[in-house]
Design a binder for this molecule. Structure first.
Ligand code: GCU
Length: 411
């Protein structure tokens, strides 16, 4: 139910490069008024805000400021987790004063540490308890579209450790990294509920019943939630909040990129198989398209994005500009060769076309326009990339590359 929509095509996707319409990408270094962007300063002060605004208005939707009542509570702490190698803690991030709406951040922090440590942080699919068999993790309540019984929240849907292969906690701890995760349903459930059951209603003005066409969809709500968690990390002395990488697979990869775009406090973004609306160039029309993603997941993007169903050429932005919003911070893009739905080449090309912005900062990007062979990561510059053998997933190989990439900047 939660995964594997790849077979449910709303229209037949194109997998033939020769059938791709010719496309022109918007130039990240040209202002909307045609002026050339000639310095890092001009990028930061003029062009970057312009591009962020375009993505907010046409793609993800604008999110409000963090709630004034945002507050935190460490719920529990166990210093003997992961074979005594790590401290596990769970932190409630309350969105409301009455503490009725909150998310639970699960954290593992290496015990062998001198001072604050860098961290990987991202959303999980199947609940916090799915990332490890650790019996100390509080079970997340899984929120799915109610069936005939009208029940939305359930426990016992996913087993402990059901998603453990996607979270190599021991390896990360052994390499000196903390790791933290949140179940996305804590922020906004992943089904089209007309935006009634997530965080959006907390901000509706009198009489408002759904976000305006340029206001946050579910992906933007998840990103906003991760950004709220950063407010907590800033208060946690064990975490080096200047060295937090936001990471995600697939829909969570789209979210990771958007999170780092709206919140510059994240020092790095890592996208794994994020595809359409993530790292893949939209205008290529290869694999998943705007109309397909909007049909399968009408709640993910803002309502304005639907104007571009089968009209990708009219979009004023493309995803290389999302990658460029990371600059000068390092960004890593990962693909899987059999995951054609996510368009590996389109993901690579986003990195290629973001490079001029990094150059403006005197930084190297991918430094090549040639897609590398499988399992040959590129990670010399501030944009990293690999396409690995295999299908849509995030696995140990992917994480090993993320660690090597992060080591260059965080160690
Ligand atoms: C579907 C969807 C993708 C998404 C993926 C996932 O396949 O079409 O856009 O990335 O689910 O999140 O696993």
């Amino acid at each position: 139910f939660l995964l594997g929509y790849g077979t449910l095509h709303a229209q037949k996707p194109n997998y033939d490069e020769s059938k791709m319409p010719p496309y022109t990408l918007p130039d990240p270094l040209k202002m909307e008024n045609g002026q050339a962007v000639t310095s890092a300063k001009m990028w930061k002060e003029k062009r970057r805000p312009e591009i962020q605004k375009l993505f907010e208005t046409h793609v993800y939707g604008k999110a409000p400021a963090h709630p004034k009542d945002l507050h935190f509570k460490v719920l529990n702490e166990d210093k003997y987790a992961v074979g005594n190698m790590a401290t596990r803690k769970e932190v409630a991030v309350y969105f409301t004063k009455d503490e009725k709406q909150f998310m639970t951040v699960l954290m593992y922090i290496p015990n062998k540490r001198k001072g604050a440590v860098p961290m990987f942080f991202g959303l999980n699919f199947k609940g916090n308890h799915s990332v490890s068999e650790d019996p100390g993790i509080t079970q997340s309540v899984i929120r799915m579209k109610p069936g005939p019984d009208g029940v939305e929240g359930r426990t016992g849907v996913f087993k402990r450790g059901a998603e453990a292969s996607r979270w190599p906690i021991e390896m990360l701890i052994a390499n000196g990294y903390a790791v933290a995760t949140v179940y996305r349903g804590d922020i906004d459930p992943d089904y089209d509920d007309g935006y009634q059951n997530g965080v959006q209603p907390l901000f509706y003005k009198e009489g408002q019943t759904r976000p305006a066409a340029d206001e946050w969809g579910t992906l933007a709500a998840w990103a906003w939630g991760l950004s709220c968690a950063m407010d907590y990390f800033k208060t946690d002395p064990d975490i080096d909040s200047e060295k937090v990488a936001v990471v995600g697979h697939s829909r969570h990869g789209k979210t990771a990129l958007w999170t780092a775009a709206i919140d510059p406090r994240f020092a790095m973004a890592i996208s794994n198989d994020s595809g359409c609306g993530g790292a893949a160039l939209t205008k290529r029309i290869y694999g998943e398209t705007v109309s397909i993603v909007n049909k399968l997941f009408p709640h993910w993007f803002c309502d304005n994005f639907k104007k571009y169903n089968d009209k990708e050429e009219l979009l004023p932005v493309d995803q290389h500009q999302l990658i460029a919003l990371m600059a000068p911070r390092p960004v890593y893009i990962a693909s899987a060769i059999d995951d054609k739905w996510a368009d590996p080449k389109g993901e690579f090309l986003s990195g290629v076309h973001a490079e001029p912005v990094y150059k403006l900062f005197g930084l190297d990007g991918l430094n090549t326009t040639k897609m590398p062979a499988v399992d040959q990561p590129i990670r010399e510059g501030s944009i990293g990339y690999h396409v690995r053998t295999g299908d849509h997933d995030i696995n140990l190989y992917d994480w090993q590359q993320f660690v090597k990439f992060a080591d260059q900047f965080f160690k």
